[in-house]
Design a protein around this ligand. Sequence first.
Ligand code: FEO
Length: 167
Amino acid sequence: MIYKKVEEILNVQVQKEDYSSQLYLAMASWAENQGYSGVAEWLYAQAEEERMHMLKIVRYMNERDGVAVIPGLEQPPKEFGSLSEMFDAVLKHEQYISKSINEIVAVCIEEKDYTTHNWVQWFVEEQIEEEASVKDIIDKLNLVGDNNLYMFDRDILGMRGGANPSA
Ligand code: FEO
């Protein structure tokens, strides 16, 4: 079984992971149109990963006799300025997601749901990795500067981190 408050907050997280996937898909498409094929691949893969995060929560809730609500699609922005601005937005978004994962941890403790508390630790770890990997990208971007974006675009695929969502 799953506690009502835990079910509610997990359904909110389903929406957030779903939106993350849409957001990164929009960014991937934008980057591809700007000619940044490496960045686009990185973002397409990231969009897939976010979808796996959403599925991981849906399947956990159903496994625990909860009811997962599948959200409708929310339209993400279409323009992202520069690569720098876009990756700053990715970092900001991931920090927001980390905060909401911590809120799930807090509700689990409040409700004494130690099973979900244990399960959600995977997301806690994942957020540490995701934030670190985006920070690395931003550092690299600052290092190469605007004149070397071709090199940056070529090298970014070697910078993919993240844990396996099916683990
Ligand atoms: Fe599923 Fe990037 O957080």
